[in-house]
Design a protein around this ligand. Structure first.
Ligand code: HEC
Ligand code: HEC
Length: 167
């Protein structure tokens, strides 16, 4: 009884804390969203999905087959997402579309999938991406690691921030 009460109380507390600090959209984990709402009919991982299904057209993200703009397609009900979830999903997939080819070409061979690497090895501290075990400032570290072109460094670091900001 006491145990059940405590569990409920702490769940409520967690809800109150997260609810008061962040909007719903920011606490929605896009990876989980993809797995729960899309993977059933599409490929298993969002990274691969982006690769085979989406492309950039001007500043829009569109389906390769349909040519439909991703945001409106999802808001029209494909995949049955709430509108806030659709926004999280579009931002997530667009970010993958931008960073995945870079990570794939220059980092994957040593570090494996970005999502796993980032979550195991890196943390956010005062808004900066830091090596979990090394304490390194990663944006600075990447100036001499991974052979990224200058403009690719902030792109990759923003991707890491986004991965770490969702729970
Ligand atoms: C019930 C099965 C199902 C679910 C769930 C589903 N899809 Fe689809 N999706 C399809 C089918 C089938 C097509 C191809 C037919 C079409 O274009 O409507 C498609 C097409 C698409 C396209 C267009 C592809 C192209 O090449 O133009 C996109 C983008 C897309 N889905 C994204 C998503 C996302 C993101 C989710 C999760 C939020 C999702 N889908 C959930 C079945 C599904
Ligand atoms: C040839 C293999 C190789 C490639 C390619 C490579 N890395 Fe690394 N990376 C390593 C090794 C080994 C370490 C650990 C070495 C160390 O800590 O000094 C490391 C460390 C890191 C760290 C620091 C982790 C920490 O905890 O401090 C980051 C971040 C990182 N790599 C990102 C990248 C990115 C992004 C790319 C692609 C642009 C990339 N790496 C390409 C092998 C590689």
């Amino acid at each position: 009884m006491v145990f059940r009460y405590l569990t409920t109380a702490s769940l409520l507390l967690a809800f109150v804390i997260t609810g008061s600090q962040f909007s719903f959209a920011q606490t929605t984990d896009p990876h989980q969203l993809y797995e729960q709402h899309c993977a059933r009919c599409h490929v298993e991982h969002a990274g691969e999905f982006v690769h085979v299904t989406l492309k950039r057209q001007g500043n829009k993200v569109v389906g390769r087959e349909t040519g439909l703009e991703l945001g409106s397609f999802l808001k029209d009900g494909h995949g049955k997402l709430e509108s806030a979830e659709a926004e999280v999903m579009v931002a997530h997939l667009a970010s993958i579309l931008e960073t995945e080819p870079i990570f794939h070409e220059k980092c994957l061979i040593c570090h494996g999938r970005a999502v796993t690497f980032v979550r195991f090895e890196l943390i956010l501290r005062n808004g900066r991406v830091i090596g979990r075990y090394t304490g390194r400032d990663i944006e600075a570290f990447l100036n001499n690691h991974g052979r990224l072109a200058g403009s690719e460094i902030p792109t990759i670091v923003r991707m890491m921030e986004r991965q770490l900001a969702s729970p």
